[in-house]
Design a protein around this ligand. Structure first.
Ligand code: SF4
Ligand code: SF4
Length: 115
């Protein structure tokens, strides 16, 4: 997959995203494994309204990168998930989730559901 020019975007495309039950469990595991200091630092960051609860504003990156939902991994690489900053990185394919979503991260699931 082509690399996207994400540095400097400051979470522009990181809003509420649908998650599956498996993804919820994976995120919970990652959050619980985080050292308390790191977890609290991430949790207490100031974010714009609508920005994903796990976006790491301070370091300009996803705060749960290895456990991020598949739609986040797919963003910018599929016809229906085009990144406006890098529209040419999309393939000819459309993204379809493998499992049904259980709700929206940042809306239906917030920090209290993962700690
Ligand atoms: S996917 Fe696109 S909009 Fe999102 S952070 Fe990367 S370059 Fe910016
Ligand atoms: S989980 Fe990570 S990549 Fe996905 S929207 Fe949140 S901060 Fe962005």
């Amino acid at each position: 997959m082509e690399i996207l020019p994400c540095k400097g975007c400051k979470g522009m495309c990181c809003g509420p995203v649908p998650i599956t039950e498996n993804e919820r469990m994976k995120i919970q595991k990652a959050i619980r494994k985080m050292p308390v200091k790191k977890r609290m630092e991430l949790k207490n960051q100031q974010r714009y309204i609508g920005t994903c609860i796990f976006f790491d504003e301070k370091n300009d990156r996803c705060g749960i990168h290895s456990a991020r939902p598949s739609i986040c991994k797919a963003f910018g690489h599929y016809q229906n998930l085009v990144c406006f900053k890098s529209p040419n990185t999309v393939s000819a394919k459309k993204y379809y989730a493998n499992e049904p979503p259980i709700g929206l991260l940042s809306v239906d699931f917030t920090w209290k559901d993962f700690t």
